[in-house]
Design a protein around this ligand. Structure first.
Ligand SMILES: [Zn+2]
Length: 392
């Protein structure tokens, strides 16, 4: 990859002909039309969020003569695209368009036109430090993966969108990165993440490729790069959400962020009695021994096999102490091991008295079979036999 450092371009040069789209929330063009500020693959403009403190900071840095850091442009024929610096350039451009004021040392607010002529001139003539890159797609790709925007690192999906920019990414973003989509409200019940930062798009991709592996997602994006739409991705995502909604009609907060794509693939061919599932879910929510409520949904889908997902609460230390003392006293009187399973065997441990730390508490009647987490249903087993018995 070939890079050229340019220090001759000023804030005024880059802001010349600056266009900001309020509807799309992004800077479009600068440098008198030569520069595309936000190519499709870039993130939305974020610096105006949280009260705009970040966009003000960029402008105030320039006014005070502080550096705002390196900018990277990619040369495409005779035109240029911002690779890194979109947020900063948009801040500068928005300021020249009177879209926000900055504060001076005395706390007075100034829009661009209300600065003194000297200050305006100083602002516009401030030189910027810009690397112009030109290279093959692979070179740009490997380089792009290594850069970070100060304070706002690109996440994985933003980088992938940059690398595989094209018709598919444009179409997929219209579906999954659209904060005004009427479907978003429903999706939010199942999918976590920031729409603007492409996190829902990443989930959709992980589901359709049935993997959360980076390379699987990238392979898919690469294969579909020039597709005119993202209909397969959209249809699969909708199918998963639809199945989740039909299987568990009542929404619980704990459903959000589960791997519904995997659950759909594993269980969608099973026939469920939806009312029965709902009753089981309610019962498990009411059970204090279930410490991981997020595990409830897959547990009931599995037909009660995956007990470990629920992280069923251990016995209280006081219960363990009482049961250990009782069991050990009885074992000593009988001349047998205090692990009932060792005692039942003929091995060298048949008469062994285990220390409390070498034993684990076990549900006599398994919790999954309705056994309580109480002293009456507790027995101490040696580690080996507890593991052998398996379920809680
Ligand atoms: Zn044992």
């Amino acid at each position: 990859m070939n890079t050229t450092l340019r220090t001759d371009l000023t804030v005024g040069d880059i802001c010349a002909g600056f266009e900001f789209s309020a509807a799309e929330g992004k800077g479009l063009y600068g440098w008198s039309g030569r520069l595309t500020i936000q190519p499709e693959y870039q993130r939305h403009y974020l610096y105006a969020e949280r009260g705009g403190s970040r966009e003000r900071a960029v402008v105030e840095s320039v006014l005070r003569g502080y550096p705002i850091g390196l900018l990277y442009f990619n040369r495409v024929g005779d035109a240029y695209e911002v690779l890194d610096g979109q947020q900063r350039i948009t801040s500068l451009g928005r300021f020249t368009k009177e879209l926000f004021p900055v504060e001076d040392a005395q706390g007075n607010l100034h829009y661009f036109e209300s600065l003194s002529a000297v200050q305006r001139e100083k602002f516009l003539s401030t030189p910027l430090t810009i690397y112009i890159c030109a290279g093959t797609e692979d070179e740009i790709k490997s380089w792009y993966k290594t850069i970070n925007i100060a304070g706002l690192a690109l996440n994985r999906q933003e980088i992938s969108n940059a690398i595989y920019s094209g018709a598919f990414v444009t179409a997929a973003k219209k579906i999954f990165s659209n904060s005004t989509s009427p479907r978003l409200h429903l999706w939010r019940n199942y999918v976590r993440g920031d729409v603007k930062r492409q996190e829902i798009l990443l989930t959709a991709l992980e589901w359709v490729v049935k993997s959360s592996d980076d390379s699987a997602v990238e392979t898919y994006m690469s294969a579909h790069r020039n597709d005119g739409d993202a209909s397969e991705l959209e249809a699969y995502f909708e199918r998963v959400i639809d199945w989740a909604q039909k299987t568990f009609p009542r929404v619980h907060d704990d459903m959000c962020g589960l791997d519904w794509g995997r659950l759909y693939e594993t269980y969608h061919e099973k026939i469920f009695d939806v009312a029965e599932l709902a009753a089981q879910v309610d019962k498990l929510y009411a059970d204090d021994a279930v410490t991981d409520k997020r595990g409830i949904f897959e547990y009931v889908l599995s037909g009660g096999e995956l007990t470990k997902l629920l992280h069923v609460r251990y016995f209280e230390p006081s219960t363990i102490k009482t049961v250990y003392a009782r069991q050990t006293r009885e074992a000593e009187l009988a001349g047998k091991s205090n692990c009932p399973m060792c005692a039942a065997g003929k091995g060298s441990n048949a008469k062994r008295i285990w220390k409390r730390d070498d034993m684990d508490a076990d549900h006599v009647t398994a919790w999954s079979a309705g056994g309580e987490t109480s002293a009456a249903n507790c027995q101490m087993l040696c580690r080996h036999h507890n593991r052998l018995k398996g379920n809680a």
